[in-house]
Design a protein around this ligand. Structure first.
Ligand SMILES: [Zn+2]
Ligand SMILES: [Zn+2]
Length: 178
């Protein structure tokens, strides 16, 4: 997702732009382009351009319980300052202190590319265990039946014989307060 920011870079600090976006982005390294929409606000800062973006997308994945194909809704709120690699009027290369090396940069053609920020924020926003619905019952651990569709007759109470002895040993003694 690219924006030409040469005009904004020439404006004074505090100048803004706002964009409604309906675009495509690759959400992970090597992943196909996925529709992404929302708003992108930009503000000229002393050093560069502050980007505040609210973006939404749907991501194809599998339910972590029943492994059905599903679409996961993901919202990203991006807040990042982008720094120009070159001065927009003189073309001179700009040097920033080492601690800004991890910042995002605006390239020499004054294109602000949000692709990498989108990938990073997507990684942070994507749920670790996507669910096709909150109450998904998942698969039977024994026969693999989808418990959303059917009740199987397996007995899936988890038993570990080692606990039996321990529980007997640790059976609570009534405290005596007399
Ligand atoms: Zn599910
Ligand atoms: Zn079963």
């Amino acid at each position: 997702m690219y924006f030409n920011v040469s005009q904004l870079l020439k404006e004074r600090s505090g100048s803004t732009r706002s964009y409604d976006v309906n675009d495509f982005a690759s959400l992970r390294e090597g992943a196909p382009m996925t529709p992404i929409s929302g708003t992108v606000k930009m503000m000229r800062t002393d050093a560069g351009i502050w980007v505040s973006a609210q973006l939404e997308t749907y991501f194809d994945c599998e339910c972590s319980r029943c492994v059905r194909e599903m679409e996961q809704f993901v919202r990203m709120e991006i807040e990042e300052e982008y720094l120009p690699e070159v001065d927009v009027t003189t073309g001179a290369r700009l040097n920033f202190p080492d601690e800004l090396a991890d910042n995002f940069y605006i390239d020499q053609t004054h294109m602000l590319d949000m692709s990498e920020a989108i990938r990073q924020y997507f990684g942070l926003s994507m749920p670790f265990s996507p669910l096709c619905r909150e109450e998904c019952k998942g698969l039977c651990l024994t026969c693999g039946a989808d418990l959303n569709d059917t009740d199987c007759s397996c007995d899936n109470v988890i038993r570990d014989p080692r606990w039996g002895a321990l529980l007997a040993f640790a059976s609570p003694q009534e405290p005596n307060y007399n």
